[in-house]
Design a protein around this ligand. Structure first.
Ligand SMILES: [Zn+2]
Length: 422
């Protein structure tokens, strides 16, 4: 008998607890790439995948994949990442992995009837903690893994190559982890929202339309360090005051620009001493917007504002762009299928953007991709207080169930399956 949505939802949360207990630091959630804790989580996930009737394998990049069959049918990929940040929460990533397995369980008795096979994926690395580079697992699957990363060392001096080998991966054949894109029907990533919008709207789930683009840059104000007691106010070139003025300008500009979030979360001060006027301040800026055009023009504007502030104070100004990720739109037909699924599950249809990056960003390069967000308490994530309600997991399971029904119906109408009669 097929388990009920509510029984499955309770089991999903129970499994998240069990994954969380696999930790590098007991009492906290910490699973970095290829650690012993992650190996423990992968063992659990493997068991559950087998229990759901999936054939389980670890690929060269240490991604765990459970396949419902190995035949001519196209692949529906479902999953998220198994790693976590240090002192993280129980649900970021792990929830998407166990929801993928629960999905297989919902269809286990009907694997043969579906016009596609279900692949549950636990991406090996998304957070970028151990080797300071995110999306290691999905990049390998998407065929865009940067091979130079294999020789990068973690804080203990182990290379990424060594870490993968010790875990059971095959870094020398990492290109073999790339999926055959022509086989993939779609990828869907269920994930906690990591923000407060669903909760404040009273909604269990949301359909992600796109993932915002991001620019990271460093604004460097260079003045002159001098004595805090003997330098008159009129004769200072205070890099700290200039940086502070710019940070407030960033905030007010973001407040006045629809859809823009701009953050200064890191400041480096030289010499960083209470009785010395700061000679140099480097300010790290993070800018995100769903429109790449807006984001680029905002970056240019904030750079110009920094230059004006520096000029007015007689300082030098340097601007270094560090990282840039363009916005990613989710696949329209999958978004439509999710709308139908929400309607079938008697849920309001709510579209939203993701302000955070996800494996879906990378997978969208090789597959029609979509995401389903689940409400999390207070919007808190990357924190021990991450919390998800069992009722919301039940709703997510229903939506995914109807989503797959919808995909199956569509797929059948496109490619009718002819079965041999006995
Ligand atoms: Zn995540």
């Amino acid at each position: 008998m097929q388990p009920s949505f509510s029984d499955l939802a309770a089991e999903v949360l129970h499994r998240c607890d069990q994954i969380a207990a696999q930790s590098e630091l007991p009492g906290t959630v910490c699973r970095t790439f290829c650690s012993h804790a992650t190996a423990g989580a992968v063992r659990l996930v493997s068991q559950w995948m087998r229990g759901a009737g999936l054939f389980v394998g670890l690929d060269a990049a240490c991604n765990l994949v459970g396949r419902s069959a190995d035949d001519h049918r196209p692949w529906l990929l479902i999953g998220s990442h198994i790693d976590s940040v240090p002192n993280g929460g129980k649900y970021d990533g792990a929830l998407g992995v166990v929801l993928a397995i629960a999905t297989a369980e919902m269809f286990q008795a009907r694997f043969e009837e579906l016009p596609f096979t279900i692949h549950a994926i636990a991406f090996s690395e998304e957070e970028g903690v151990r080797f300071r580079s995110p999306y290691i697992g999905s990049r390998a699957m998407a065929g865009c893994f940067d091979l130079t990363l294999l020789d990068r060392c973690d804080e203990q001096g182990a290379t990424c190559r060594q870490a993968m080998k010790a875990f059971g991966g095959d870094p020398d054949r990492i290109l073999s982890a790339a999926l055959p894109t022509e086989r993939i029907l779609a990828f869907i990533e269920p994930h906690i929202e990591q923000g407060p919008i669903l909760e404040s709207s009273g909604l269990a789930v949301g359909i992600v339309d796109g993932i915002v683009g991001q620019t990271r840059a460093t604004a460097r104000f260079v003045g002159r360090a001098s004595h805090a007691g003997t330098t008159p106010m009129s004769m200072r070139q205070d890099a700290m005051a200039a940086a502070a003025q710019w940070i407030l300008a960033v905030e007010s500009f973001a407040n006045a620009t629809t859809g823009l979030v701009a953050t200064v979360g890191n400041v480096q001060v030289i010499p960083n001493v209470p009785n010395v006027i700061a000679g140099e301040v480097a300010v790290r800026l993070d800018v995100r917007h769903s429109s790449d055009e807006v984001r680029r023009s905002v970056s240019q504007h904030l750079k110009a504002v920094g230059q004006q502030i520096a000029d007015a104070r007689g300082l030098k100004f340097h601007w270094e762009k560090c990282e840039q990720q363009d916005a990613v739109a989710m696949d329209k037909s999958l978004v439509t299928a999710l709308e139908i699924a929400c309607r079938d599950a008697s849920q309001p249809i709510h579209h939203m953007l993701s302000g955070a990056g996800h494996d879906a960003v990378i997978m969208s390069q090789i597959a029609p991709t979509s995401m389903l967000f689940l409400r999390c308490k207070g919007g808190v994530s990357h924190h021990p207080d991450e919390s998800v309600e069992v009722k919301d997991v039940e709703v997510a399971l229903q939506v995914i169930y109807y989503f797959i029904q919808e995909l199956a119906a569509k797929k059948k109408s496109f490619h009718p399956i002819h079965r041999a009669t006995k």
